[in-house]
Design a protein around this ligand. Structure first.
Ligand code: TYD
Ligand code: MG
Length: 486
């Protein structure tokens, strides 16, 4: 008896089922199963059994290694993220929210490549040629010798690009609009996206062209369609940013030929994306000097130090369970810092809502931000502005100790370059601060000493029971900061 073909495919994760159901058992998403023709993907047994394997040569790990040949794009922020340029024969997936600027970024990249004398092709499956031209005109790039087409058939695209010189860069905008004859599903379905991506990847490897696939993103930030495409490509880049702000950050989620911790920072202007070579200046450009609840964190994004303002607002709660809202940082990290403040520093936060934000739309992953976050939180609670010329960094352990972090010297140098006068850092990091950056160093061994310092500077906000009392000055050093040990 013939085996039933699995023909209901989850559009979120790519799992296949042999009957329709409301919820995908694999990823838990609802209403994502779509009937697809999965036929044609298996090879008949009669052919399978006849084919004998071809012999190939096995190599050793040592040997003449060739460096992956790269071509710089001409946009240094893009090259920073890719690891120094486009590697021949590699395929990149660029994801991001609609309207974030993916097409703009890639129009600029193709134009610069074309101007540098490389064959650069832009295939748009979403916009008509006239629309792409209009954008290029707006960007002042209309004169770049880019080869442009509005096409969606993968076979036609590969046939056309196989003619003439091998293109150095091919942009496919977007992979969800592509379709191939080899499978019967509708464009945009998992099967189509996977088959189209496979065909394009094969073409890239064979010809040595670099292909950039644009991918749509679902509302929770995943690249739409099959996660499998992420596994198939050499690099996955995501283009992020708050729609209301003009900063855009390009980040590598996966990169076979480079680092994944570098970020590229851009600013969306009326004339397209402008590269931001010194992101610290951008993230600190609109600081609210002298207000409580803000601390400058001397962070590190890849190899580049980046200073960014952390903002905290701690207010008496009106709810049974206090709110904790975080933008740009890990919420479990915030909970941890709050717990350490409560357990080791006598800071009682259970009656307060806590709001936490990283300025400029940056997302921080480093544990080194703990100390700056704690400083901002305590500053807001104590209504005590922190010194405006200070930067903070250090990891907080669950015991309340402040632990050293990597690259102390680089962080201090960046702070000095931007005019900061002092740094608050882990005591054990003093030795690493060798390259005398000219900053006054304030070291802390434990979080409680930082809390005591900040509390001594300020006056407390009215607490919940004295909610109507708005003259914060009335309460001197609050009981909340009394150490409950020692
Ligand atoms: P686009 O590149 O089309 O986004 P995506 O391909 O990611 O969907 O960019 C669309 C937005 O960018 C649009 O809202 C207008 C804005 N934009 C500018 O602000 N300046 C420009 O020069 C261009 C071309 C676009
Ligand atoms: Mg687009």
């Amino acid at each position: 008896m013939a085996k039933a073909t699995l023909s209901f495919v989850c559009q979120n994760c790519g799992a296949a089922f042999n009957r329709w159901q409301g919820k995908c058992e694999s990823c838990g998403e609802w209403n994502t199963l779509v009937e697809e023709d999965a036929g044609g993907t298996s090879i008949p047994a009669s052919i399978r059994s006849k084919r004998r394997g071809r012999l190939f040569k096995l190599e050793s790990l040592t040997g003449a290694s060739v460096d992956a040949p790269r071509t710089a794009s001409g946009m240094s922020e893009l090259d920073r993220v890719t690891g120094g340029g486009f590697v021949r024969g590699s395929v990149l997936l660029v994801g991001g929210d609609p309207g974030i600027g993916k097409s703009t970024l890639l129009t600029q990249a193709t134009s610069l490549m074309a101007r540098a004398g490389h064959r650069a092709v832009y295939i748009s499956g979403e916009e008509a040629v006239a629309q792409v031209r209009l954008r290029a005109e707006r960007l002042g790039l209309a004169d770049a010798p880019v080869q442009l087409a509005a096409e969606t058939s993968v076979e036609d695209i590969i046939a056309t690009l196989s003619e003439g010189a091998v293109p150095r860069l091919i942009v496919i905008d977007s992979i969800q609009t592509m379709w191939t004859d080899t499978v019967e599903s509708a464009p945009g379905t998992v099967t189509q996206v996977r088959a189209s991506a496979q065909a394009l990847i094969r073409f890239a490897k064979k010809s040595g062209a670099t292909i950039i696939l644009v991918g749509h993103v679902t509302k929770d930030g995943q690249i739409a369609g099959p996660r499998v495409v992420e596994h198939m490509v050499d690099a996955v880049l995501s283009f992020e940013g708050e729609g209301s702000q003009q900063f855009r950050i390009l980040r590598a989620a996966k990169n076979r030929f480079g680092p994944t911790d570098e970020i590229g920072v851009f600013e969306m202007t009326g004339l397209g994306l402008r590269e931001v070579l010194n992101p610290s200046e951008l993230f600190l450009s609109e600081r609210d000097l002298g207000s409580p609840g803000t601390a400058v964190f001397a962070g590190l994004e890849g190899t580049r130090p980046v200073l960014v303002e952390l903002q905290a607002l701690v207010v008496p709660t009106t709810l049974g369970t206090p709110r904790r809202a975080v933008v740009g940082w890990d919420s479990s990290r915030l909970s941890m810092v709050l717990a350490v403040l409560e357990a080791h520093c006598g800071v009682k936060l259970s009656g307060y809502d806590v709001y936490f934000n990283v300025a400029g739309g940056l997302r921080i992953n480093e544990p080194a931000a703990d100390l700056a976050a704690a400083a901002a939180l305590v500053s807001s609670l104590a209504n005590a502005p922190l010194p405006t010329d200070a930067v903070y960094f250090g990891e907080i352990s669950l015991s309340g100790a402040v632990r050293p972090v990597a690259q102390t010297a680089a962080r201090l140098k960046e702070a000095a370059k931007l005019g900061f006068g002092r740094a608050v850092l882990p005591e054990s990091a003093r030795g690493d601060a060798s390259g005398d950056a000219g900053l006054v160093l304030g070291t802390v061994a434990g979080l409680s000493s930082l809390v005591a310092d900040i509390a001594a500077r300020g006056t407390a906000r009215p607490s919940r029971d004295t909610g109507k009392d708005t003259s914060a000055e009335k309460n001197a050093t609050p009981a909340r900061f009394r150490r409950d040990h020692g």
